[in-house]
Design a protein around this ligand. Structure first.
Ligand code: ADP
Length: 487
């Protein structure tokens, strides 16, 4: 089983051995051909043309194997469908058959070439699974027995290597016995060494792979940490930058007044002071939004969850809250609710904050006399809330960025100088904490649609974690522990 799972790791080595064995086979082909041609001149008449035929057949299949193996990838990872072990088994069967014929043409079981079977078996055991080599040893033994039986019964002609030598059943039988013992002995010995080596290779392969995986994991982790650090310092830098300019403005006003260049009691002085107060307001707005965002991010796991938050009610209340702002701009505010959306768990204050931001933006970035529509639909277990306006819209290249901190599109800055660029970051955070999603579509100059989706059977992350970890003592699926309920 283990061998099968890891067998591909031996592929490159096996391929190398097969190619090496192929070269060795060319040598054997030359030797056989030479022996078949020269043999009769040295008194070995039986080798011509038998050995020449054997040499030709071996040369033929060796060429085929050579062409077949040449295109095989050498690296472990480049696995192909070619099973090299099957190739090795085929080669062994053919080689042993060729050897059997060679033995026949050189004196049968009295041939001096019998030891070559043992040599073959040793190499075979290294290349292929031991069960195959035992089978091959059995096959050779049977073939040799068969040969002895045929020769002793006179069915198969005895072809002595040296002219005049007689067939001796006793010697042949003794040689057969020695051959069988030698074959199985060699297979057993080679297999016990080779299988230990194979096991060690598998262990080495596994260790190397684990090490490589761990290294990759560490590299990824370091990469993520470096990325996080980069984003943290980027965030700190833009936050500091946003705070610096209003503080600078206030400082300049205070200096001018303190050094007596302008009298604070004069209209000009009063104007400067009021300007400084307005700047302080926007500074405080940024600071408050930053604190809200930080609180949301840090408090994900211990948010004050409430059960059964009615989104219809929450949005209807916001229509009342924002009515004065809408009136100021002579906007029509249209609720378009179909269905009742009750979130199983939610943090009402955060949800109010988020939808207030969205609806306030729809008013703020609208034109006088325009319309804001809030659509609520319940689709299966999902509540879909769309805040739609026909206002100034968002330029295409800002669509992906508006949820990022401090991003304000130029048309928005032009339309409404007040703004922190943090509202949508807060909205996204709240939606995500509630397991929801938010998206925006907009036609520049035509209006925007912000779509929020919530899964109504939402569970707070902490409860979800406990639920996934299995039943904690005193914990029931619907009742997350240690979660304070907002009043
Ligand atoms: P702020 O409104 O304080 O600038 P937000 O984070 O709420 O910050 O919004 C970020 C930016 O997204 C805005 O500056 C504006 O460019 C764009 N934006 C958000 N809502 C709308 C909207 N309804 N219509 C047009 N632009 C919008």
């Amino acid at each position: 089983m283990t061998r099968t799972r890891f067998k591909h790791i031996f592929d490159p080595e096996l391929l190398g051995r097969l190619l090496w064995f192929g070269r060795l086979r060319w040598l054997a082909v030359c030797a056989l051909a030479l022996a078949s041609v020269l043999g009769p001149q040295f008194g070995f008449a039986s080798v011509w043309p038998g050995l020449f035929v054997v040499a030709s057949v071996v040369a033929f299949y060796n060429l085929l194997f050579h062409l077949f193996l040449r295109g095989h990838p050498r690296k472990t990872d480049d696995r192909t469908n070619i099973d090299l072990r099957a190739v090795a088994v085929c080669e062994s069967v053919l080689d042993l058959t060729a050897l059997m014929f060679t033995v026949h043409f050189t004196g049968g079981l009295q041939s001096p070439l019998l030891p070559f079977f043992a040599f073959h078996m040793a190499i075979g055991t290294i290349m292929i699974a031991s069960r195959w080599t035992y089978l091959l040893a059995g096959g050779v033994s049977l073939a040799a027995m068969f040969m002895l039986a045929l020769q002793s019964s006179g069915v198969l002609a005895y072809r002595p290597l040296v002219a005049g030598s007689e067939f001796d059943v006793g010697v042949a039988a003794l040689n057969l016995l020695t051959l069988i013992v030698a074959l199985f002995g060699i297979v057993y010995l080679t297999d016990s060494v080779a299988s230990r080596l194979k096991q060690l290779s598998i262990e080495l392969y596994e260790t190397t792979r684990t090490l490589r995986d761990r290294t990759e994991e560490l590299q990824r982790l370091f990469g993520d940490m470096a990325d996080l650090e980069r984003r943290k310092s980027h965030y700190m830098r833009i936050s500091a930058h946003q705070l610096r300019s209003p503080v600078g403005t206030i400082q300049t006003v205070l200096r001018v007044l303190a050094q007596g260049y302008v009298d604070p009691s004069t209209p000009e002085g009063m104007k400067m002071l009021n300007g400084a107060i307005d700047t302080t307001d926007s500074l405080l707005a940024v600071i408050n939004d930053l604190l809200d965002l930080a609180k949301l991010r840090e408090g994900r796991d211990k948010a004050p969850w409430s059960q059964a938050v009615n989104l219809n009610q929450l949005l209807a209340d916001l229509f009342d809250t924002l009515a004065p702002d809408a009136e100021e701009k002579q906007l029509t505010m249209t609720p378009d609710f179909d269905g009742v959306a009750i979130l199983d768990w939610g943090v009402p204050t955060d949800l109010v904050h988020a939808f207030e931001n969205l609806m306030y933006n729809a008013i703020k970035y609208n034109r006088v006399g325009g319309e804001v529509r809030v659509k609520l639909r319940v689709e299966d277990d999902t509540a879909v809330i769309r805040v739609i306006d026909r206002g100034i819209g968002i330029p295409d290249d800002y669509l992906d960025q508006v949820f990022m901190e401090f991003v304000r599109a130029p048309n928005a800055k032009h339309h409404e100088s007040e703004g922190t660029g943090l509202g949508l970051a807060i909205v996204r955070e709240v939606v995500q904490v509630h397991g929801g999603s938010i998206a925006v579509e907009s036609d520049h100059g035509q209006g925007s649609t912000f779509t929020v989706r919530f899964y109504l059977g939402h569970t707070p992350p902490e409860a979800l974690r406990l639920l996934q970890a299995g039943n904690e003592p005193g914990y029931e699926a619907d009742t997350p522990p240690e979660i304070s309920t907002a009043s």
